[in-house]
Structures are given as structure tokens and as C-alpha cells.
Design a protein. Structure first.
Length: 352
């Protein structure tokens, strides 16, 4: 029903507008007594074999919702009813910012992909923290509700030489309210941000966040989100940096600036302009990056695999490549609310 009726209706509207409409609809439905219970029963797979223990947390299943869908932590509890094992909020910045000019999100239905140049539009870390204070699951996370990851970045107007300060502010603001952190230096939509993936600035940034974390009574896991457009030499640097800084893992990958092998008309792609590509066209490269990091490091650290996962088969391929957990975003839009359930069933079927 979703693919034949609901999705075609949604696709009549501009992507960002329908996103907000759907958010309001889910919020409204879940406020009706009994509805959360029904949704959970329909979309959740409860099976101990799906549990994953990582970062001192117990994930009820390995399928998460990637950052970008619930940027401002407005719908995490409600989205948790749809069978996800964890939800990553953000990317959040210290100060609220509007992001890039609209239109800034474009569908590529023929490729089952999206191009976005959102530009870290969000209401700021402080506003998200206030909402997270009311989360239904308090630590230990995952026992009563959903595990929450905090994806953090820098404001557009902050020069790279001052970026460390922005990440520190986000870390301190969100620390009491999220279960793990993801340092995002890989979005293609904030000018100069990807330069922070270079070895020296990245090592400096991660070491600083680790030092902040070490001062806490209950340190949180720190992960790094990387781009799919890195060369093998740059991926080798990532492995060295993870080892040197002793961060807890990697999220691979963010969106890509590559436009090769798309079947969508070139004129349409050009009309979309700059931005990061997500969805099915990204899958093969994301799997390659996960496999490279896993094999080259000898599985030295956990990897959250994300990029182009639309089916259980896609998720299984990512897990076999070396991912400990997987995340979806564009697949949720194209496949519908049953995607986490279908993926978890396939994982069980494959005995992973």
C-alpha cells in the first residue's frame, strides 16, 4: 500500500514540505491513546538474537535511523515505534541556523535517490537538549525507549580554525541527553567542512573531544562520520587517526558528491545543482568503504554502515562487509515504515 498509494501521493509534494507534514501527522497519531502500542506491534521485531552490545549499550536490533531525518530531536520517541534499534539526531550546531536557500532537496525516483544541500539547518543544540530532557527512555538507554545518538557539527559562519570550539559546545550541551556522539566533518553542504577530514585538523578535533569526554563520570562513545569520496590513502589515514585518538568507531558513509552511473536525465541532475547524493546509487561505494576499513584495520573498531540500504539484502551485504550496525534514511522514504521490520527479519533469516 505504501509504494502503490502513499508514496506516489507524497511525491506530488516538494520533498522538504512533505517531510514536515509527515512529521506532524506522526506526532498527531502517536498522541492518540493506544496508537503507539498498535504501531509497535505492527512494525517491531522483538527477538533477542537481534541484540547488539556496543559502546556499553545494548541495541535491541542493529537497524538505526540515520542523522538528518530527525535533525532537531522532535520525533525520536515516535520514530522509535517503527522498529528501529536506535535513532541518530542532528546534525546539530551550537547556534540555530536556517541552512542553505530553498529548494535544497531533490528526488531522483529513477535512481531511488535524493540530492540535498540542506546545510545543517537546525534549531541549535540547546533547543534539542531541552526536548531530549523529556525522552521516555533514560539511561541505561534502550531499556524503556530508543537509544539516541547525537550527531554534531559546526556553524556555517565558524571558520575551520575555530571549529573545535563549536564541537565542544555541542558536546557539552548534549552530553547528559544522548547515548553516543558522532562527529560530522563529512557533509558536502557546509563550505570547507570536509577539509576537517585531513589528518592534522581531524586528529586535533577528535583528541579534544576525547579529552572532554575523559573528564566525565560516565564517558560516552565518540564516533566519526566520514565521506564516501575519500581515497584509499585517506581511508588509511582514518584508520591511523582512530587508533591514535582511541575514538570508539566510524560511521561510513555520508552523502557523496559523485554523480556517475545515474540513470536520471543529466539535465535534471544538473538542474538540481550542488549537494550530497544519497540512496541506492551510494550503496556500492558505502559497502566498499566499510569493507576496506574493516579489512585494513583487521576489525579494530566498530563501524556503523550507512548509504543506500533499501532492503534486507542490502543490510546483510553491509553487515557481511564488516559493519556492526546499519542505518537508513533515503530507504525509509522510498520503502516506507516497514523497512526496519523487513531488514530485521532478513538478518534473522541469514543468522547474522
Amino acid at each position: 500500500m505504501y509504494k502503490s498509494i502513499i508514496k506516489p501521493f507524497f511525491f506530488l509534494f516538494e520533498p522538504e514540505n512533505i517531510h514536515h507534514i509527515v512529521f506532524k501527522a506522526i506526532k498527531f497519531l502517536c498522541a492518540i491513546p493506544g496508537t503507539p502500542f498498535i504501531i509497535k506491534n505492527i512494525y517491531t521485531v522483538n527477538d533477542k538474537r537481534l541484540e547488539r552490545k556496543l559502546f556499553g549499550l545494548t541495541f535491541p536490533n542493529p537497524v538505526g535511523l540515520a542523522a538528518g531525518f530527525d535533525k532537531d530531536a522532535k520525533l525520536f520517541d515516535e520514530l522509535g515505534y517503527y522498529g528501529f534499534g536506535f535513532i541518530e539526531i542532528g546534525t546539530l550546531t551550537p547556534k540555530a541556523q536556517p541552512g542553505n536557500d530553498k529548494p535544497r532537496m531533490f528526488r531522483l525516483p529513477e535512481d531511488e535517490g535524493l540530492i540535498n544541500r540542506m546545510g545543517f539547518n537546525n534549531g541549535g543544540a540547546e533547543a534539542a537538549a531541552m526536548r531530549l530532557k523529556n525522552r521516555k527512555s533514560n539511561l541505561p538507554a534502550g531499556r524503556q525507549g530508543i537509544i539516541i545518538g547525537g550527531n554534531i557539527g559546526k556553524n556555517k559562519i565558524t571558520p575551520n580554525e575555530d571549529a573545535v570550539s563549536d564541537y565542544e559546545k555541542c558536546f557539552e550541551t548534549l552530553f547528559d541527553y544522548v547515548d553516543y556522539f558522532v562527529v560530522n566533518v563529512s557533509s558536502p553542504n557546509t563550505p570547507g567542512l570536509r577539509a576537517l577530514q585531513e589528518k592534522e585538523p581531524l586528529t586535533k578535533l577528535l583528541m579534544h573531544v576525547k579529552e572532554l569526554n575523559a573528564k566525565k563520570k560516565n564517558p560516552k562513545a565518540i564516533l566519526l562520520k566520514i565521506a564516501p569520496d575519500l581515497t584509499n590513502e585517506q581511508l588509511d589515514d582514518i584508520i591511523i587517526i582512530v587508533k591514535e585518538t582511541k575514538i570508539d568507531g566510524v560511521v561510513a558513509t555520508n552523502t557523496t558528491i559523485d554523480r556517475s552511473n545515474l540513470i536520471t536525465d543529466k539535465n535534471k541532475i544538473e538542474s538540481c545543482g550542488a549537494g550530497g547524493l544519497s540512496g541506492k546509487p551510494l550503496k556500492n561505494r558505502s559497502v566498499e568503504v566499510v569493507k576496506y576499513l574493516s579489512d585494513k584495520s583487521n576489525k579494530a573498531f566498530p563501524i556503523i554502515g550507512v548509504g543506500g540500504i533499501h532492503t534486507g539484502k542490502d543490510a546483510v551485504e553491509m553487515l557481511k562487509a564488516g559493519a556492526s550496525l546499519v542505518q537508513i534514511y533515503t530507504g525509509f522514504i522510498y520503502e516506507g515504515p516497514s523497512i526496519a521490520k523487513k531488514i530485521n527479519k532478513e538478518i534473522l533469516k541469514q543468522g547474522l
